[in-house]
Write a protein that binds this ligand. Structure first.
Ligand SMILES: *Cc1c(COP(=O)(O)O)cnc(C)c1O
Length: 240
């Protein structure tokens, strides 16, 4: 008899239940009634497993490698919404421009200009988030917080991109959480939102932060998309 996918992926099913409950509880603790979206981060995960998660309600996927995404996307079913969340080289923008709904990892004027150009060529307007290097780590991508305003207003001048908010991958803090950094991101985000609220070129409504180890903390600090890989699909055998 053929193995049923609900048996094969019962661990994923349990994980989705648990994560969804944790998200709701964190929202309650934070006194929030708005929406927090669970994104399934698919790197190294077999499309069959991803498809199962989509069938169980994880309808938002995060891709962070261009080639892996291009290899896998034809095998996705269930019409998930796909965002690009990984480091993006300018010369790769053209491969993904018409295949994703949002790019979370916009971190330079140069890259954003290329996204704008390719979006124009494809006849669309791409939603983007500016990635902020909130921990000031040399090894990480993202702009310095003090550069945010300048880049945000430059972005607003481009017709084929629309800035929707901010994304961050903070370092783990001394107490084992990223609370301090999440709080800083929340402040940057609400400042940007307030400042641009009467400016039709902006539509600031997305704060992408929180991963497997810290998403409940991120929700306490206003995250609207939590990007979850390992506690959803199982631990990867290599790190990225
Ligand atoms: C891998 C990855 C995640 C998910 O990481 P986990 O700790 O496995 O949940 C989230 N965001 C980005 C940008 C990633 O590359």
């Amino acid at each position: 008899m053929k193995e049923r996918s609900s048996d094969k992926f019962s661990d994923v099913e349990d994980n989705i239940k648990r994560i969804t409950e944790n998200i709701e509880n964190a929202k309650l603790r934070a006194g929030r009634t708005d929406t927090v979206r669970l994104m399934g981060v698919t790197k190294t995960v077999d499309p069959e497993k991803v498809n199962f998660s989509v069938s169980r309600g994880v309808t938002l996927l995060g891709e962070n490698r261009v080639q892996e995404f291009l290899d896998k996307r034809d095998r996705y079913v269930g019409d998930p919404e796909i965002h690009f969340i990984g480091g993006l080289q300018t010369n790769k923008v053209k491969y993904i421009i018409d295949k994703v709904k949002m790019i979370h990892s916009a971190d330079s004027e140069h890259l954003i200009a290329e996204i704008n150009k390719r979006a124009a060529g494809a006849g669309l307007r791409m939603d983007i988030l500016i990635e902020v290097n909130i921990g000031g780590e040399e090894s990480k991508s993202g702009i310095k917080p003090e550069m945010l305003d300048e880049l945000a207003y430059k972005t607003a001048e481009l017709e084929n991109v629309r800035l929707r908010g901010l994304m961050a991958i903070p370092p783990v803090d001394v107490d084992g959480s990223s609370d301090r950094y999440f709080a800083q991101m929340q402040r940057l985000y609400s400042d940007l939102k307030e400042k641009t609220k009467d400016d039709g070129r902006f539509m600031i409504d997305t704060l992408s932060m929180g991963m497997s180890g810290d998403y409940e903390h991120a929700i306490m600090h206003g995250s609207t998309i939590v990007r979850i890989g390992s506690v959803l699909y199982g631990y990867r055998n290599y790190n990225t």
